[in-house]
Design a protein around this ligand. Structure first.
Ligand SMILES: O=C(O)CCC(=O)C(=O)O
Length: 353
């Protein structure tokens, strides 16, 4: 099944979990039953309140859920509210229901291919198979017809749906970063320019039903390599994202509940570096469900390859608060990130002073 998509009709869901998909309890500890909910931040609340909530979530959890109506200044016509944006993610999901022959042309195991359909994980999977198919698309900005023409043209509305989802999601991500800067005392446009000027990436992750979900992983534990991620968990209320919460000397995997009409938002490792460790980039993973398929859509705002990542001078203060990370280009950061197999502690260690 190495090059075979899980979502292809040839795969029999009732078969036992293949050995390559089995993770030991050490590799896949169960999630905690503790009811720890990520904060749900309503962006329609007063700006001061939202700014405080984002900063607190960024410091303590690195994650939050955002329910939004875009500020007037960012709205296009018609207004890009959630009721308009979220259905576009559902159109993205339809790709996985296409017949195998319509998807085959996009299959590629080449990690450098900017637009590809693949199965399993990214980087250093050590022969392990993850219970996921993924359509990964690249959106250079400004988007043009050449870039769009590289994306699948089935289902018929897919290209328009990707564009109609990604651009408002990116605008929201940039607004959240401005709010974070205000909370940190940085100039509001700190993350504009090269820090967010790379391509925008989209992962449409499809996790089919799995015969033994408690021994499988949809996505390996990883911290994010980009600046900010906005994730629509899936339709139908199926959760599957889990976040590693570490406090009081212990760590536990905590499921992220599905909140209708909200994006799950997390801050990537470049933000941890830029804030000199004030904001956390936190590990997360995805687990499949026994009965239902889940399709999530993630939008990733990334730096340019030559961008220099370093602690913001405003957050560094001589002996009291020296820089905790060395400066590094995003290209070099990505080389190390891949070699570290996306694990938070290894990535962190590589750049710490
Ligand atoms: O599907 C999910 O819930 C997690 C997705 C994710 O972390 C990713 O695409 O990097």
């Amino acid at each position: 099944m190495d090059t075979q998509l899980l979502s292809s009709a040839a795969w029999n869901w009732n078969e036992a979990l293949p050995d390559s998909c089995v993770f030991t309890p050490d590799e896949r500890p169960p999630a905690s039953s503790a009811a720890v909910a990520l904060p749900v931040i309503d962006l329609a609340r007063p700006r001061d309140e939202v700014r405080r909530a984002i900063l607190q979530a960024g410091k303590e959890l690195g994650f939050f859920q955002a329910r939004f109506i875009l500020p007037l200044a960012l709205q296009t016509s018609p207004p890009q509210q959630l009721t308009v944006v979220m259905p576009r993610a559902r159109t993205c999901e339809e790709f996985f229901r296409l017949p195998a022959e319509d998807k085959a042309a996009f299959y590629s195991s080449d990690e450098e291919n900017p637009n590809r359909l693949f199965t399993g994980g990214n980087y250093n999977t050590r022969g392990k198979r993850y219970w996921r198919d993924c359509l990964r698309l690249t959106c250079p900005l400004p988007l043009d017809d050449v870039a769009r023409s590289e994306w699948p043209n089935k289902p018929i509305r897919l290209r328009a749906a990707v564009e109609g989802f990604v651009l408002p999601a990116r605008a929201l991500g940039m607004e959240l970063l401005r709010l974070l800067c205000e909370g940190l005392g940085l100039r509001p446009d700190y993350f504009e320019g090269d820090l967010s000027g790379g391509h925008v990436f989209v992962n449409i992750n499809h996790y089919p039903p799995c015969p033994e979900p408690e021994r499988a992983l949809g996505l390996a534990p990883h911290c994010d390599r980009n600046l900010i991620t906005l994730l629509r968990q899936g339709s139908g209320g199926i959760p599957g994202l889990e976040v590693l919460l570490c406090r009081g000397g212990g760590c536990e995997w905590v499921p992220v509940p599905f909140v209708p009409g909200a994006f799950v938002v997390n801050l990537g490792h470049p933000v941890e570096i830029a804030t000199n460790g004030v904001v956390k980039s936190v590990e997360h993973r995805a687990v499949p469900d026994k009965a239902a398929a889940r399709t999530s859509v993630g939008v990733f705002v990334a730096p340019t390859q030559d961008c220099l990542l370093a602690p913001a001078e405003e957050l560094v203060d001589g002996d009291d608060n020296p820089p905790r990370y060395r400066a590094v280009t995003y290209r070099e950061f990505m080389r190390v990130y891949k070699a570290a197999g996306m694990r938070r502690d290894d990535v962190d260690e590589a750049f710490k002073i």
